[in-house]
Design a binder for this molecule. Structure first.
Ligand code: PLP
Length: 389
């Protein structure tokens, strides 16, 4: 059976390759310590699980959910963003539920792109920024994230021919994989650029609650027109399996996105929204989560510092974007860590970055997702120190 041209042009999803390497070790009887995929392994909070279970009982007859999310869900989101970022979002027109951020990222270009139009995305990057664009018939132009610039995108680097057909700019802070935060100046610049050039800026803020010292801000604190924000409970509340999040912002842009979504899915299951409401009303579990990741971050970062690698302590997210020696490169270091004598899975930066004009900004980095337990991180730190990297 032959797939579509669009599908056959795509490579495999990078994390499918990581999974394959892990399976290979497992088949050989080795259980690796897996820092590969950013999927939290701690349990979903009890308060969330019981709200979902209760939701199933309360809603005895099923019925389709609301396309845009139940009133109570959107109202709770609105209250939460007011408390967290100090912004006013009208639950009726400025918030819509999603099946997690991934589907929203993938489907967003369908609302704004015509054949051949451009989007701009960060590099290294979250693959659906490009994949959704390609499926919508568009082209993706990448802006590199460089350590020297605090991993901030430089909009000045957008070429004129790209700017002429530019419809969406994706930004993602706190950033996967770099862990970087946006500065206030960066957000101001992004809003100005979007408004001056009549481009939509979509800010993927799904890691906003995973910070250590400085609380990340939202781009919506800096501007509203031409701005949408993606949010998700996957990481904040260990709810990756539940598939729930929201998009909020400029009501004209949101109306177009809602129109696309009514043609694709039938909304987020209401009992999942019940769980999400409970999650948003509880900050205690989020604080515990942050404390746990801080401990793991410090254990892992100090191990790399001890072997002479540059200090790469992230201010946010549960990723460590570790610089490795240029003469080795990301793939060689990741392979060395994957050797059965070490048994640590990381993601080579090269795999999650695009080669643009012969330059790959992830070439000399590996990414570690701090999802194993604290005990496993301690064990991994010892292995890193002994690994002759
Ligand atoms: C930058 C970024 N955006 C979106 C997502 C998707 O999250 P969700 O589980 O909400 O689909 C991820 C998941 O890893 C991510 O890293």
């Amino acid at each position: 059976m032959k797939g579509s041209n669009k599908l056959s042009k795509l490579g495999t999803y990078a994390f499918a390759d990581v999974d394959e390497l892990v399976n290979d070790l497992t088949r050989r009887g080795i259980t690796p310590i897996d820092f590969g995929v950013g999927d939290p392994q701690d349990p979903t909070p009890e308060v969330v699980r019981s709200a979902c279970a209760q939701g199933i009982e309360t809603r005895k007859s099923s019925g389709y959910p609301s396309y845009i999310g139940a009133d109570e869900y959107r109202e709770t989101v609105s209250e939460w963003v007011k408390g967290r970022f100090g912004i006013d979002m009208d639950p009726k027109t400025e918030i819509t539920s999603t099946l997690g951020a991934k589907e929203a990222v993938f489907h967003m270009p369908l609302a704004f792109l015509n054949e051949g139009d451009h989007v701009v995305a960060p590099n290294p990057y979250y693959p659906p920024y490009e994949r959704g664009t390609l499926f919508a018939g568009g082209k993706c132009h990448f802006l590199p994230l460089e350590r020297e610039n605090g991993y901030l995108m430089d909009f000045e680097q957008i070429p004129d021919d790209v700017a002429r057909s530019l419809k969406i700019i994706w930004i993602n802070y706190p950033s996967n994989p770099t862990g970087a935060l946006a500065t206030d100046e960066f957000y101001k610049e992004a809003v100005d650029f979007a408004q001056d050039n009549d481009v939509l800026i979509v800010s993927d803020e799904c890691y906003s609650e995973m910070y250590y010292d400085t609380k990340p801000r939202s781009i919506l604190e800096f501007g509203y027109e031409n701005v949408l924000v993606m949010q998700s409970l996957s990481k904040r509340s260990n709810m990756t399996n539940y598939r729930v999040g929201w998009v909020m912002g400029d009501k004209d842009a949101l109306a177009l996105f809602r129109k696309v979504k009514t043609n694709i899915d039938s909304g987020t299951p209401t009992f999942i929204q019940d769980g999400a409401i409970a999650a948003l009303r509880d900050e205690a579990h989020v604080k515990r989560m942050r404390d746990g990741y801080r401990t793991k971050r410090d254990i892992i970062c100090s191990a790399f510092e001890d072997v002479g690698y540059p200090s790469c302590v992230p201010p946010a997210t549960f990723y460590v974007w570790q610089e490795v020696p240029a003469e080795k490169g990301s793939v060689e270091v990741a392979k060395r860590l994957l050797d059965p004598s070490v048994g640590i899975v990381t993601t080579p930066g090269k795999w999650i970055s695009k080669n643009v004009d012969g330059y790959n900004p992830g070439e000399n980095f590996i990414r570690l997702a701090l999802v194993p337990s604290i005990e496993a991180c301690k064990e991994a730190a010892e292995k890193i120190r002994d690994a002759e990297l």
